[in-house]
Design a protein around this ligand. Structure first.
Ligand SMILES: C[S@@+](CC[C@H](N)C(=O)[O-])C[C@H]1O[C@@H](n2cnc3c(N)ncnc32)[C@H](O)[C@@H]1O
Length: 261
């Protein structure tokens, strides 16, 4: 398992670089759940939630929402933001491979490439088993990854994310080492640099992450081996009319799984 301590411990800076509007994604996920489970969405868990953008939006819609992240700093930041905006979410610092919610939920989401921090097949199977234990009957599990055409073992690309708020400017340069993946382990060692200008004081934080690339067929088989989840469909974006394929509109790899009953 790999995680970026230096970046994810600096939750406020992460939020300045990565904050985005996820309301369309959240509306789509609620409709997706209703379509497959034949009931309205009542509860959800945002796994590896970071600042908890999805959990907070679901809570605003009246859905019972939980947010979970390995980093206590992220959880504390998400809790403070939710409290400041008057949103009710239950937050937990926990590992995505082993957690127990107070009650099973309808939907579990692992968004924004977070599943790639699981660096081996056993870890993915553990995660799927844990997800299955925490899903209600007919519950859905959804993961979202960048389309492998745009970021893969063979062509990682380099990506920058930036933002400015309240006198703080942050730029995060991802994959400054132009990494080449290992074709046997499917692992890539990625170097990340966070540049911060905090009220005129500049800082540079260097970090390294290990990510594992998986294609849909592997997820389908690992879910089956877990005995907890079955693949339902793949989409190329948070839209019903965008299949996962090689057209330009297919920018993401969204895997949809259902609890095995
Ligand atoms: C790319 S961020 C995604 C955050 C958020 N989902 C978003 O949409 O911005 C990945 C997050 O995964 C968390 N993480 C990494 N390994 C984890 C693990 N094993 N269990 C739970 N969270 C983990 C990190 O702390 C970080 O907040």
């Amino acid at each position: 398992m790999a995680e970026l301590h230096g970046v994810y411990q600096r939750a406020r800076y992460y939020d300045i670089a990565f904050r985005r509007d996820v309301s369309n994604e959240v509306e789509f996920l609620a409709r997706l759940f209703a379509q497959h489970a034949k009931r309205p969405l009542a509860s959800m868990l945002d796994v590896a939630c970071g600042p908890g953008y999805h959990a907070r939006d679901f809570a605003r819609m009246g859905v019972k929402a939980y947010g979970l992240d390995l980093r206590p700093e992220m959880v504390a930041f998400a809790r403070d933001e939710a409290e400041a905006e008057g949103t009710r979410v239950e937050w937990f610092a926990a590992d995505m491979r082993d957690f127990t919610l107070p009650q099973p939920v309808d939907l579990i989401l692992t968004s924004y490439d977070s599943i790639d921090c699981l660096t081996g097949q056993d870890e993915i199977i553990e995660h799927f088993k844990t997800v299955g234990r925490n899903l209600a009957p007919k519950g859905l599990y959804v993961y979202e990854l960048t389309h492998p055409r745009d970021c893969s073992l063979w062509n990682y690309g380099s990506h920058s994310y930036e933002g400015e708020r309240d006198g703080i400017r942050v730029r995060i340069d991802w994959a400054v080492n132009h990494p080449a993946g290992d074709p046997f382990t499917q692992l890539t060692d990625v170097e990340v640099v966070m540049h911060v200008n905090d009220h005129g004081k500049t800082h540079e934080f260097h970090d390294r992450a290990r990510e594992r690339f998986c294609l849909p067929q592997e997820f389908v088989m690992l879910a089956r081996i877990s005995g907890a989840l079955e693949a339902v469909r793949f989409l190329g974006d948070y839209r019903f009319d965008q299949p996962f394929d090689n057209t330009p509109g297919s920018r993401r790899m969204i895997g949809v799984f259902q609890r095995t009953d």
